[in-house]
Design a protein around this ligand. Structure first.
Ligand code: NDP
Ligand code: GDR
Length: 370
């Protein structure tokens, strides 16, 4: 039985990857952070009572900022594969916490690589590093591929740049099986609530259900290559099953503006939007409602831009070329953008219908949007 260790197992990708590896018969170990509240909601359905026999899913307390803890866990687990998904992963927040982000996303990767080396596991343990399309930053070439020069535009991206190159260096210096997946944005019903897609699908469903009036967003012109996390964790696993380690771009090859994502999300609940104004003055309003359950007054303003969500330096355009992954890994995404939007909207509708019932019964419902 293969043994995998996942950092960031409580996050979006960690939860899908844990499911995938368990379905392939792996013993799965994950590192979770101590928190004042439970933070395992995304993986609670995978929990196995540690008192039972043949438990294949185990969690360890740890943190990427703590080298001795990482060494101890790697020693205990003796993993065949490590997936380093743990990170302070929010680009905008990285401008507020640049030093912490560098420590966890940059040096954290080094700590994990060093743990493998110190424990003499360089020829046993394969490692996947969660690199990112944010490395491309300011456009140098489109579509972006493995050979496109990097130009990071945030403390997050600069920290991930260190993570990328230290992974390459350990591969070359010590012959480790170490790969970077340069993943473009991927979303799902498990996506964190403060990333733009999930922020939009949560708000669009709540507005349709009459639980909220308006959604405030930042840059609507930004273009992203959005895929589904379920497809992308499959690519991570495939990267670690090859004869030779290599770095791969994982993307759909299609790019879409944030504005278009908004339009598609509201269309899922039968609401057609019109847009007016531009930049910080732009708004979106209801043009028509086609669904009998979701009726809003025509002309109601449902989206407005708030410049507080603009970033000091922005990444305007991302579009990836996944040819290497398709030819060498045999990887193909199954979800296109409409299917992704539908999956997220259906999940959020299920979630917020519960709130609608509670409100109907007199409960006070408050939402906190960032
Ligand atoms: P999430 O933000 O959903 O999850 C991040 C995970 O990292 C969480 O489990 C979080 O724990 C954990 N974490 C945060 N800080 C630390 C720390 N100091 N020590 C240990 N663990 C920590 O991210 P995603 O699942 O979306 O992304 C997974 C990885 O892939 C990240 O590294 C991200 O930067 C990268 N990436 C993501 C892309 C995307 O579009 N989703 C695209 C390209 C790269 P907790 O739950 O306690 O907060
Ligand atoms: P990103 O994702 O920065 O690409 O990083 P995010 O969803 O945060 O932003 C995408 C684009 O939307 C614009 N935007 C807004 N973003 C947020 N979060 N909130 C808003 O209100 C809003 N309005 C407009 C942003 O300016 C940006 O252009 C994600 C993370 O998962 C990273 O960890 C990962 O490495 C990259 O994707 C690939």
């Amino acid at each position: 039985m293969k043994r995998a260790l996942i950092t960031g197992i409580t996050g979006q990708d960690g939860s899908y990857l844990a499911e995938l590896l368990l379905s392939k018969g792996y013993e799965v170990h994950g590192i979770k952070r101590r928190s004042s509240m439970f933070n395992t909601e995304r993986i609670d359905h995978l929990y196995q009572d540690p008192h039972e026999q043949n438990v294949r899913f185990k969690l360890h307390y740890g943190d990427l900022s703590d080298a001795t803890n990482l060494i101890r866990i790697v020693q205990e687990v003796q993993p065949d594969e490590i997936y380093n998904l743990g990170a302070m992963s929010h680009v905008k927040v990285s401008f507020d916490t640049p030093e912490y982000t560098a420590d966890v996303d940059g040096i954290g990767t080094l700590r994990l690589l060093e743990a493998i080396r110190i424990l003499g596991l360089t020829h046993k343990t394969r490692i996947y590093q969660a690199s990112t399309s944010e490395l491309y930053g300011l456009v140098q070439e489109v579509p972006q591929r493995e050979t496109t020069p990097f130009y990071p535009r945030s403390p997050y991206a600069v920290a991930k740049l260190y993570g990328f190159w230290i992974t390459v260096n350990y591969r070359e210096a010590y012959g480790m099986y170490a790969c970077n997946g340069i993943l473009f944005n991927h979303e799902s019903p498990q996506r964190g609530e403060t990333f733009v897609t999930r922020k939009i699908t949560r708000a669009a469903t709540r507005i349709a259900l009459g639980l909220q009036d308006k959604l405030y967003l930042g840059n609507l012109d930004a273009k992203r290559d959005w895929g589904h996390a379920q497809d992308y964790v499959e690519a991570m696993w495939r990267m670690l099953q090859q004869d030779q380690p290599r770095d791969y771009v994982i993307a759909t090859g299609v790019t879409t503006t944030v504005r278009e994502f908004v339009r598609l999300a509201f269309r899922e609940v039968g609401i057609e939007l019109g847009f007016s104004g531009d930049g910080a003055e732009e708004t979106a309003f209801v043009v028509a409602c086609h669904h009998p359950d979701y009726q809003l007054p025509v002309g109601q303003e449902v989206v407005a831009v708030d410049a507080a969500y603009f970033r000091p330096t922005e990444v305007e355009l991302l579009i990836g070329d996944p040819t290497r992954a398709k030819t060498e890994l045999g990887w193909e995404p199954r979800f296109d953008l409409p299917a992704l939007v539908q999956d997220m909207m259906q999940a959020d509708l299920r979630l917020f219908r519960r709130d609608a019932v509670l409100r109907e019964a007199g409960h006070q419902i408050m939402y906190h949007d960032e």
